[in-house]
Design a binder for this molecule. Structure first.
Ligand SMILES: [Zn+2]
Length: 259
């Protein structure tokens, strides 16, 4: 199993990061994508990757979360330098969050388009966060064209939105939210994503799945989300593991040519 989106560089893991990675390996994970959402956490994600683990493959990403898009002028130059490194496997997390609006919407869109543009130039996938902004995100991804390979992380739309992203070639990743009793529409979406576009993630330390609610989330908890994913798709956990792992390997763990 591969956790396709985990903030294991987050300070919330500073006291037990090594132990959390060990628990992930013991739970059967083979790889984790360590996500950075600003310069500081992108450097932390890279440090986790460089630190390595005897049983886990680790990838690292660099980008600016839409919540922080107002800081783009200060953050993007350093993030660009990070994103260019061959060790950085994807651009993001970036995207649009019109639910919280922690940054002005215009600033979010400018920053999102910037990420899509540099990802195309660097031939790296884009890690996309979308909340209450599906029409705008779809518009920007459409404009970016087929060379922008996007993963819609922690998908919270229904089947209609999922279809639109799939039509644009996006991958769709499901987090612990899939397991919440209220998430019927998300489970409907999880049913229709083809095997070759499906991913699973924890988004830890946030969003613990059912069974671990109230605890800090960590990669080992992914199994509960994978079980529900298998259930709604009428398949075995092993089948979900096989296809999501294949997709995550293809997206984040390819050896990239030097830039
Ligand atoms: Zn995230």
């Amino acid at each position: 199993m591969i956790d396709a989106h985990a903030h294991v560089g987050d300070p919330k893991f500073d006291n037990d990061r090594g132990a959390a990675l060990d628990r992930a390996a013991a739970a059967g994970l083979g790889a984790i994508v360590c996500v950075g959402q600003n310069t500081d956490t992108a450097r932390r994600a890279l440090a986790v990757k460089r630190g390595g683990h005897p049983k886990l493959k680790l990838a690292a990403t660099a980008g600016l979360h839409p919540h922080e898009a107002a800081n783009a002028a200060a953050e993007l130059p350093a993030l660009l330098e990070l994103a260019k490194l061959p060790e950085i496997d994807a651009v993001g997390e970036t995207g649009l969050d019109f639910y919280y609006n922690h940054s002005p919407r215009d600033a979010q869109r400018d920053a999102f388009r910037w990420h899509l543009d540099i990802a195309k130039k660097l031939h790296k996938p884009v890690v996309v966060h979308v909340r209450d902004a599906h029409p705008e995100a779809l518009e920007d991804i459409t404009k970016a064209g087929p060379d922008a390979i996007c993963m819609i992380h922690c998908f919270t739309g229904g089947p209609a939105e999922a279809r639109k992203y799939l039509d644009l070639g996006c991958y769709i990743s499901f987090s612990g939210i899939l397991t919440f009793p209220t998430a019927a529409a998300i489970r409907e979406a999880a049913r229709i994503v083809p095997e070759d576009r499906l991913l699973v993630e924890t988004d830890c330390p946030f969003l613990s799945p059912e069974g671990f609610r109230g605890k800090r989330c960590e990669p080992a908890f992914i199994i509960n989300t994978a079980r529900v994913l298998a259930e709604v798709r009428g398949t075995a956990v092993e089948a979900v593991d096989a296809c999501t792992s294949r997709n995550a390997m293809k997206l984040f763990f390819n050896d990239r040519p030097p830039l």
